[in-house]
Structure formats: structure tokens, C-alpha cells
Design a protein. Structure first.
Length: 319
């Protein structure tokens, strides 16, 4: 069922409840891994549209809008805050769910509030940023209260004429020595980098038939660094990592995969690692859930045996 208004969403939830059917909320479907047996219940696609300016630098956006189109609109309007998130597929309503992020930016940085339907109380709620409890790829919506809220609108606070974010090393290199970089240039550069890695949806590109990054970058206690380095016989300084809060570090999952032998193009069946991005598990044609799961399990096992770290899947499992 597709719901294009808040009334239709409330009706659909009630309809499923009365029939005892499980309900799955679908955005753009870009972050899903669906079992071969499918989903026995109501799949509710959120089609609430509209982009409204609602105050100084504030935009109220329907959950069903395309995220990338919204980013493009903001770039034309000279609004800073989402330029590094250009080219991420999916809907606006999907972005707060896993606090999407890329190239040194996270959507939580610009979210002011989220309007949602609470499936427990059957009430509409406006959740401010603190209530959304955003963390790295986590939020109230996918971790603390998974499935409880249906996002219908997201309010963003951007910066008129703001400077683009150039925290990411690839972007710094590309624009080195230039003080006048525009938002549009950064968004275009991000799209180009994504395209070169098969992380932009491009018709006919086999490497982009994925759900984006398949594994999250693991966050571990700082003391674990020594063990990771010892596992491959290198000095600690050779292990890429960055701080992730008190006593914790984040290690790039792609690096762990490569060190454990899961390099670009790895795999023999229809599910393989992308030839341009170590973290993307791709469907080379006709891959089933079982094929993807087999590859996932092999990688998780291999990385755990090598480093004692258990990787977590990023895409949502349906069914
Ligand atoms: C090629 C490619 C590149 C990607 N690159 C990135 C990246 O750089 N960074 C990143 O963070 N992600 C990335 N992703 C993952 C994906 O694009 C994002 O997670 C996106 O925000 C998912 O949105 P969606 O609308 O497609 O959600 P879906 O895939 O439809 O759903 C994902 C989850 O969100 C829930 N959901 C969706 N809409 C709503 C709603 N309105 N209310 C409540 N729950 C909802 C669903 O129930 C499900 O649990 C990439 C994916 C692909 C295919």
C-alpha cells in the first residue's frame, strides 16, 4: 500500500492491526536485504511529498521526497549542510532512521525535528533532535525503538551562504589551495567520487547493484588496537582508526576486510564484493538472499578469526 498523506498512514496502520498483520515501512528500498521468502504482511510505502520553506533557513520536507533531489535543490538555493550527502539514494524519511552519513557529514547535523506517527500510542509526535538520539548509523528509529515510529516529515535547518564542509581528505586534496569553493562544486565532486566507487546509482553499472556499505565501521575499546596490529604483525600506527568517544576508536571495516583477504571483486557466485568498493556486496545478476547471506557469513567469520572483531550488517533485514 502506498500512503500519500498522514490520514492514509494512520488508516493503513489500523487496517494492518485489525487483521493482525505485521507492517513494514518502506522508503526508497535502498538499504534493504529481503529474504527469498519475502515478507508476510503489509508493506507500507511512504509517499508523503512536499518541500516547504517554514522559517529562516528551515525546510519542512515530506518523507517520500527523493533525498538526492532535495540535496540538489538546496545546492541551487545556496544552502549549506547537506552538500557531502549528495548522491545517497533513498527517501528523505529514510535519512534520520540510520542517520545517513558520508564524506565527513551526517544528516543529524542539520535535522531540527522529525514528525512521526507513533504506532504504540496512535498519536502524532514532533521529535526534536535530542529526542531522535542520533549516533553513528543509529537513532531512536532503528535502535532504541525500532519500528515504533513512521516518519512523515523532516525539518532541516541549513545555513544560507554557508561554507561547504571539506573535512574529508579526498575533498581537501581536490580543492587544495582554493578558498572560494562553492557548495555545488562540493556536491558535484562527491557525486563524482561516488560514481568512481560504484556508489552512485547508474544504469548499467554492475557495481552499484548493492545496498551501499554492507558493514558498519566497528567501534571498539582503544586497548583493542594492539591486538589488531599484532594479528597482522604491524605497528599500531599502521592500523587506520579515529576517535569514537571516551576510550573508544572506530576502525574502517573496509580495511579489516582487505586485511582478512576479502578484497575488491572477491567471490565466485552471483553475489560478490564490488570491484570498486570493498564494503559493497553486489548482485551480479540473479543473486538470491541465500547467496548474499553466504558471502556475508564468510566475511564476518573471516574477519572475526583474524581480528576477533564481529562486524555488524548495515542494511535492514526484511522477512
Ligand atoms: C549505492 C548506495 C549507496 C549508499 N550510500 C550510503 C552512504 O553513503 N551513507 C549512508 O548512510 N547510506 C548509504 N546508503 C544506504 C541508503 O541509501 C540509506 O540508508 C537511505 O537513507 C535509505 O533510505 P530509503 O528511503 O531507501 O530506506 P529503505 O531502504 O526503504 O528503508 C531502510 C530502513 O528505514 C526504514 N524507513 C524508511 N523510511 C521510513 C519512514 N518514512 N519512517 C520510518 N522508517 C522508515 C525502513 O523501515 C527500514 O528499516 C547507500 C545505498 C546504496 C544502494
Amino acid at each position: 500500500m502506498e500512503a500519500n498523506s498522514e490520514e492514509e498512514i494512520a488508516d493503513a496502520v489500523l487496517w494492518a492491526k485489525e487483521r493482525g498483520l505485521p507492517l513494514f515501512v518502506l522508503g526508497g528500498g535502498s538499504n534493504l536485504l529481503v529474504r527469498d521468502s519475502g515478507f508476510a504482511g503489509l508493506v507500507l510505502k511512504i509517499g508523503v511529498m512536499g518541500v516547504e520553506a517554514c522559517g529562516r533557513n528551515l525546510f519542512d520536507v515530506g518523507a517520500g521526497e527523493s533525498w538526492d533531489r532535495f540535496v540538489e535543490m538546496m545546492m541551487y538555493m545556496g544552502m549549506a549542510g547537506v552538500e557531502c550527502l549528495a548522491g545517497i539514494p533513498g527517501s528523505v524519511g529514510g535519512t534520520p532512521v540510520q542517520n545517513v552519513g558520508a564524506y565527513g557529514q551526517e544528516v543529524a547535523e542539520t535535522i531540527e525535528s522529525v514528525r512521526a506517527f507513533d504506532r504504540e500510542t496512535f498519536e502524532w509526535v514532533d521529535l526534536d533532535k535530542a529526542a531522535c538520539r542520533f549516533r553513528y548509523r543509529e537513532s531512536l528509529f532503528n535502535t532504541d525503538e525500532p519500528g515504533r515510529y513512521i516518519v512523515t516529515r523532516v525539518r532541516f535547518r541549513l545555513r544560507a551562504n554557508g561554507q561547504p564542509n571539506l573535512r574529508y581528505a579526498d575533498l581537501q586534496r581536490r580543492f587544495a589551495g582554493r578558498g572560494d569553493v562553492t557548495l555545488m562544486e562540493v556536491a558535484t565532486a562527491v557525486r563524482e567520487i561516488r560514481r568512481s566507487k560504484g556508489m552512485l546509482l547508474v544504469e548499467g553499472d554492475a557495481d552499484c547493484r548493492s545496498a551501499g556499505s554492507f558493514f558498519k565501521n566497528p567501534i571498539v575499546a582503544t586497548e583493542r588496537l594492539a591486538g589488531v596490529a599484532a594479528a597482522i604483525g604491524v605497528e599500531q600506527s599502521k592500523v587506520p582508526h579515529w576517535p569514537a568517544g571516551e576510550g573508544k576508536i572506530k576502525i574502517p571495516a573496509a580495511w579489516l576486510l582487505e586485511q582478512a583477504g576479502f578484497v575488491k571483486g572477491y567471490g565466485e557466485g552471483p553475489a560478490r564484493i564490488s570491484t570498486r568498493h570493498t564494503l559493497a556486496l553486489t548482485n551480479r545478476g540473479g543473486a538470491t538472499f541465500a547467496d548474499v547471506e553466504r558471502l556475508q557469513d564468510e566475511i564476518v567469520r573471516g574477519v572475526r578469526e583474524r581480528f576477533g572483531i564481529t562486524l555488524e550488517r548495515e542494511p535492514v533485514l526484511v522477512g
